[in-house]
Write a protein that binds this ligand. Structure first.
Ligand SMILES: [Zn+2]
Length: 565
């Protein structure tokens, strides 16, 4: 059987690729029958799948080992040629929406692909190719800067991810010191982070203006493929969070403060939820994979088949290693119809979250892999996060396999952490709206704005006088702010949807599973709010959705005696 290591990488000659692609676009335009045009369209799709497969293979292999010179060079190459490729796809989209056979194509492939094409066209012109290249380069620079952290701690040299367990230490002295050491890395590189971000903001603003927008906000929304809502709806959502979620989050923090026996909870105490330590998985990577296998084989026939596919083909890279990029992600290789999961295991409960969250993404990809239209493999990102965040809750009945006697503790923490997360997510979002509406401000003022928003949505945050954070430097670690502007509110919107599934699974498991499975199978064939409806969920922009989920969560949290953890 073909495994990930056998997936063959071939360098794409962009000049040849461009010529062949443009030839086919001409053939597409010149087609004199629907049948003929549809065939040419399939060929263009094959070419795109091939490009994406090669570029993604490079991205995966480079992120697993950033010190690998071959793939590092290839990564630089794809950063360079991706905007050219994007230009080709835009040409294809232009041909698509002006097709003589649009009616027949719509009957065959649905209306949504045409809408996607229209949105995409609005985000690109040849005039911004150089700017896009710079944007990619700056994003890679940011990722490398983060990965370069070599923190001397506990007699070892650690990266930021490896600091995780120390940040959760039961010994206050250790977690404080670890938090300060990690902070030092950001403070020592403050100018570098500020410069990278400042350049990113300016180049994005420049692109927006070249394309005829007032500032980057509108372009940012289009780039996220948002067709049904704008900044106004998102503001309504943030206001709901302020009203309904922030008070619950404050209560959760107060309980934590009491459990830890502290007079005042400081920023370095936040990662430690319980004096007895946070719930930890009771074994190593292979042990966890074994449990995950059991879990997915019992959950449903569909998840059984999926997880066997992932493990048989080595489509998971889970261990943290020197030189490996931080974080975790799920991606997809079209030519092999293979999802891929990347993570940095560190012995905390976050490892189990990878096996549920990233696996939720991968499961959706797997369910959607037979769509012939590549755009339908992934939905827009707020919809993507519904699959993953819901899977975290759907797998609750198997959490005892991983956490044994600490299962209730894990569940409490899991449910509560979503609530604690939402106000932070809203800070990240409101911050970016402000940044792109004020692209000219100095880095100091940006940081000041960040701190101001923290005070609004995270009123209990106490930085213990740490100057760097008081000046507003916390967000340097938030990669989305650098790499994926306006991609963050997506997590909070999806969290609200995932909570709805949590409530539904508690009420009627088999019905809820059917809804969830339908949603996964629909992939990206519809826009967000249509998918929400299709999955039997309520829109998070409805005025009372946030309030409705708040009550059952509040009740569940209140019915648990957290002092026993
Ligand atoms: Zn995710």
């Amino acid at each position: 059987m073909l495994k990930f290591e056998d997936y063959k990488y071939e360098k794409i000659d962009i000049d040849k690729f461009k010529e062949e692609f443009n030839n086919h676009i001409n053939k597409f335009k010149d087609s004199n029958s629907f049948k003929n045009q549809n065939e040419v369209m399939q060929h263009l799709i094959e070419m795109r799948n091939y490009f994406e497969t090669m570029a993604t293979l490079v991205e995966i292999r480079q992120s697993i080992d950033t010190k690998d010179e071959f793939y590092d060079k290839e990564k630089t190459y794809y950063d360079e040629i991706r905007p050219i490729y994007q230009g080709l796809v835009t040409n294809y989209y232009k041909a698509l929406i002006t097709s003589k056979f649009r009616k027949e194509l719509t009957e065959e492939w649905g209306e949504w692909i045409f809408k996607i094409a229209e949105l995409e066209i609005k985000t690109f012109s040849d005039e911004i190719v150089e700017d896009l290249k710079l944007e990619n380069k700056l994003s890679t620079k940011y990722a490398k800067l983060l990965a370069s952290a070599e923190i001397k701690f506990d007699g070892k040299i650690l990266n930021l991810s490896q600091m995780g367990p120390y940040l959760q230490s039961k010994d206050r002295k250790i977690r404080k010191e670890a938090a300060e050491k990690a902070t030092d890395f950001f403070e020592e590189n403050e100018t570098k982070f500020d410069n990278i971000y400042d350049k990113l903001v300016k180049v994005r603003d420049k692109m927006a203006k070249k394309l005829g927008y007032k500032n980057f906000t509108e372009l940012g929304y289009l780039r996220m493929g948002r067709s049904e809502y704008g900044p106004e709806e998102v503001k309504i959502f943030r206001d709901q969070v302020y009203k309904n979620i922030v008070p619950i989050a404050n209560k959760i923090r107060k309980k934590q403060e009491k459990r830890l026996g502290l007079e005042k909870i400081k920023y370095y105490d936040e990662p430690l939820e319980f004096l007895t330590g946070n719930a930890k998985p009771k074994g190593d990577k292979d042990w966890m994979l074994d449990k995950a296998n059991k879990m997915y084989s019992e959950l449903s026939p569909e998840t059984k088949e999926f997880f066997e596919f992932m493990t048989d083909k080595n489509l998971l890279d889970l261990e943290t290693k020197p030189g490996k990029n931080m974080g975790g992600y799920c991606t997809y290789l079209p030519d092999y119809k293979s999802p891929f999961i990347f993570a940095n295991f560190n012995g905390t409960s976050a490892d189990v979250d990878v096996l549920t969250h990233e696996a939720g993404h991968a499961f959706q990809n797997y369910c959607s892999r037979d769509f012939k239209i590549p755009e339908y493999i992934w939905p827009t990102l707020e919809a993507c996060e519904i699959h993953s965040m819901s899977m975290e809750f759907i797998t609750w009945p198997w959490m005892n396999l991983f956490f044994r006697e600490e299962t209730d503790k894990y569940k409490y923490s899991h449910l509560a952490s979503g609530i604690l997360f939402i106000p932070y997510g809203v800070v990240v979002d409101e911050f970016q709206h402000w940044v792109y509406e004020n692209p000219e401000v100095k880095p100091e003022k940006r940081k000041k704005k960040w701190r101001e928003l923290e005070k609004k949505y995270l009123p209990l945050k106490d930085y213990d006088g740490k100057d760097f954070y008081e000046r507003g430097g916390y967000w340097f670690r938030q990669g989305h702010i650098f790499r994926d502007p306006f991609y963050y509110i997506d997590y909070t919107l999806a969290q609200i949807c995932a909570y709805q599934y949590w409530i539904k699974f508690n009420e009627n498991r088999s019905k809820a599973w059917q809804d969830y499975l339908n949603l996964c199978k629909a992939g990206g064939s519809k826009p967000f709010l249509e998918l929400v409806e299709y999955g039997n969920l309520e829109s998070p922009f409805n005025k009372d959705t946030v309030e409705k989920i708040s009550d059952p969560i509040n009740d569940w949290l209140n019915n648990i005696d957290d002092t026993k953890f």
